[in-house]
Design a protein around this ligand. Structure first.
Ligand SMILES: [Zn+2]
Length: 226
């Protein structure tokens, strides 16, 4: 990148753009720059997302994807995972399931040319708002589950620094949950296969039901090792 856009250049920043946030674990102040995705608390080592993350112009700028390319796929994944862990609040079973799915997404992405940020975020957010794995306590339940899960997903995407395009794509995929058969875009198919691979049981495998060649291949490898 030749130069940064003015919104991301620290010489245009004001005094309010660097601030301190109390660590949610130990309460000690941790200094954040407004475009820091996350920082580690020096006192207790807790890694947490910047609650006031502000990528400013990246929310609307057409060059945001390249510009905030400062945020790599790895950083984005880390931010999403932190936000999800936060949301799932220590629910180990669901967190592990999510991490397993993401592992398969990344394996499939090694071969398939999907959009990594879209596939990662959609896979991670896919079960948000569902009670499939582990019933949630009463307090988490809402009347308009579907609507609510969506605003929850959008909030997590915002906190993770997802650009406008990524956010729109992810929400489009989430809207089509339940309806994979009508899905013709690659990112949805990658999410589908990664989720199936994460729950693969040897007594229920038909590799033909996978939607990407790589998903099918991984499933066949799995079967052959049994
Ligand atoms: Zn701390």
């Amino acid at each position: 990148m030749a130069s940064r856009c003015p919104g991301q250049d620290t010489q245009f920043w004001g005094p309010g753009d660097i601030y301190s946030i109390d660590c949610p674990k130990c309460g000690k102040p941790v200094e954040f720059f407004k475009d820091d995705i996350r920082r580690r608390c020096k006192s207790c080592g807790h890694l947490f997302l910047n609650p006031k993350l502000d990528l400013g112009c990246s929310k609307w700028c057409q060059y945001a994807e390249q510009c905030v390319g400062a945020m790599s796929k790895e950083e984005f994944k880390e931010a999403i995972v932190l936000a999800i862990k936060d949301y799932l609040d220590g629910d180990k079973e669901r967190i592990n399931h999510c991490l397993t799915v993401l592992g398969f997404v990344e394996r499939i992405l090694e071969e398939e040319k999907g959009n990594p940020k879209v596939a990662i975020a959609a896979a991670a957010l896919y079960d948000i708002g569902t009670k499939a794995v582990g019933e949630k306590p009463e307090g988490r339940r809402r009347i308009e589950e579907e609507f609510d899960s969506f605003s929850e997903a959008r909030g997590i995407l915002d906190r993770s620094g997802a650009g406008k395009e990524v956010k729109e794509e992810v929400c489009r995929i989430l809207e089509k949950r339940e309806n994979f058969k009508s899905t013709d875009d690659l990112d949805s198919r990658i999410v589908h296969d990664a989720r199936r691979l994460a729950t693969l049981r040897v007594d229920f495998v038909a590799s033909s039901t996978f939607l990407t060649p790589t998903g099918r291949l991984i499933a066949e490898e799995f079967i052959s090792t049994k």
